[in-house]
Each structure stands twice: as C-alpha cells, then as structure tokens.
Design a protein around this ligand. Sequence first.
Ligand code: ZN
Length: 244
Amino acid sequence: MGYVFTCSIDDGHPSDVRLADLLGRYALPATFYFPVANIEGAPVMPEAQMRAIARDFEVGSHTLDHCFLSRLGQREAAFQIARGKQALEQILGQAVQGFCYPGGAYRSGHLALVRDAGFAYARTTHNLFLGAGRDRYEMPTTCQFYPHRRDVYLRNFVRGGHWLERLPGLAIAVRQQDWQRRLYLLLDAAQRRGGVFHLWMHALDIDRLQAWPQLSDFLAYAASCTPKSARLSNGELAQRSFSL
Ligand SMILES: [Zn+2]
C-alpha cells in the first residue's frame, strides 16, 4: 500500500473546532469520533458544530455516552454501540461508518456487536504500530499526541501483545526521551518502511498542555513530507487495508 498518514481525534470536545481549523490549514485529513454526551463530565460540542466538522472530515461514533464497554454488561454495551450510531446519524444526516472504543476499553466479544450495529471498522488505542493491523474492528494507532513517559510505553508494549510488529515503534519510543521528538521519529520510520503513521489525540489535552504551537509545527512537518495521495481518513485507510 505504501506510506500513509492518518489522524484520529476523540471525544467531540468543543476545542475540536480549533483542531479542525488547524488540520484544514495543512490539508491533512482526520476522523473525529463523537459521543453524543459524555458521562465523564467533559463537554461535548453542540450539534451544529458536529455538522460543520462533518462537512470537511470523516466523523465516527464513540458510543452514545462515552461509556467504557468493558465496564458494561452485554446488553448495555450493545445499546451504547448501536444507539450511538443511530443518534449521530440523525444529528449529521448522513451514515457513520467508523467506531472507536472509549478509553480503548473493550473485550473480544464487543467486536461482533460493533459489526452487527453496521459499522465498517473500529479503532482502538493500541499504539506503536506502523501498519493498519489485521482486523478491521481492531485498527491500531502509532502514537498519541501526549507526553507519555517512556515507562508507560514499555508497560503498554508488554501488556498489548503483537510484539514483533510493535518492536520498531517501541525502540524509537524508549530511545527518545523528548515526547515530541518521538512523534517526528515515528513518522519518519513509517515513511521509511512504507507503513502507516496514525496519530491520535484529544483537543482537551492540547488545551491543557498549551501545546497548540507544537501541534501546529508537527502537522506542518507531516504535511511537508506526506504526498496528497498518502493522506487518508481512518475510513479510507480501512477501505484500502481490508477491502471493504
Ligand atoms: Zn474517548
């Protein structure tokens, strides 16, 4: 398939609008995963803003209420998955193909619920991948725009499996102490290997870290070394990788 850049933004925070503007400036695609409400208390943008973002970007579902599926019974989980899709489709007036597991928390039984609800693919929070993964209902990421410490990456690597595939990403993450420098090196590695660089983030984190200038610099760099044909939404990447 060759090198691909893709990007995910989770939670539908009002600051997603700023993120959409920034991505638009660099002509980079992204998939925004919206819950309809957030039981954890974080604000979710008004419906008109959701529709505005959906005009320029792919929008996926993040359950109805941002519920961690692993904490729910099977019926509740099925409701959150299916109702989140229906409600979002009503708001947007268009079909929603992608799903993202809140908190990256799910069990293997949830994959079938996501499929049965009519989603074409689902994204996880698995990290350090430089490819699209093997299952369209468990699409991994490369890294989060967040200052994780090296030991967090190491622990996550051990717990997350797929070690052979993730080893090159881990080597970069533990070798480089500066968390932002790591992003550049992972992007370079994806390019060199003809793999996938999948960045994910929360706009709320960028606000809290006051990292908007740094994010802008990184996106400018990504745009400078990613040809237009290699810029894909999560849905386009799923389509190419799993021939949907
Ligand atoms: Zn989330």
